[in-house]
Design a protein around this ligand. Sequence first.
Ligand code: SF4
Length: 340
Amino acid sequence: MTLLPLLDACPKRMEYGPCGGVGFDGSCEIDPEHTCAFLPRGTVPWTGVDRVSVPAPGPRTVAAAETLASFGTRPWVVADLPARALSVASIDSCAAVLAGEVDAVLAGDAGTARVQFPPAYRAHLLRRAGLRVWTGLNMRDRNRVAIEGELAALAVEGVAGVHCVTGDHTRTGHRPDAAPVFDLDSTEAAALARAAGHVVSVAASPAAPPVERRAARLREKLRAGADVCFVNHAGGAEPVRRFIDSVAAPVRFIPCVPVVVDHASADVLESFTTLVLPDGFLSRVRDARDPRAEGIALAVALAEELLALPGVVGVNLSGGRDGGEESFAEAQAEIARRLR
Ligand code: SF4
């Protein structure tokens, strides 16, 4: 591998990298022939958007204040929204299953469908269906002006939180014909979302290189404005505990719990190349006489372990499948019920 010489050699144009997709061998997720441009460099300290301006935190929205007040009073169970893209009927039917069962749905980026309803419109549909919404906002598809417009609309809509991610590159999805934007990255977006009054979450991938600097990178996201960290699959409760210890900062954690209920949902999780699941997790589901029952039981057990960790305020039931979205939502609802 040759070394990309400049920060702007990052295909996602990140200032505060690296992203969570760095290969286990240090390669760039977009261009495996090259080393991730950030690996040879130290953690980039937060100094503002484009390193010129630091947005002032704004007063919290009513919904954001409610979210913050509820942390610690009960464990939050957040579920990835499993609905089909561009289908109001699918959103409505999944929402009907999840409403009253989970604390919020995470409606965000999808590996399987690059073309999605705009974030604020999706939030509107889900709120209309009786769900609290935690909106995922990626930087791939919109420039900063469009992002600011979405943040304003999400404040009006009253979302519980905004999850800021840089997002996958268009080259890795089903729309490689589309130009990626990446005007901002997740850290910069966190600052804008905080300025708009939202509860802001960001992602951390403790198992992705540079493992020893993932905690420091999260601390810079906190300085930018993040309140909550969704912890990507890191191999079980013990690796998450070690990561939380290494962050050593007042942040609320919502670790991801893999939901695998059949071979199709196992395939979806396996398609994310840099996640680490607990040993034998997928094979136990695949080999079980009743994979659905086994997957639900494993998810509940892992969620209970994670919720017992200091700093953890909730879990994110993560995953999905193409087809059978409502059935997947029913599994998420069942897990949420058992966690109560
Ligand atoms: S791995 Fe991610 S952060 Fe690193 S150069 Fe590639 S796109 Fe940029």
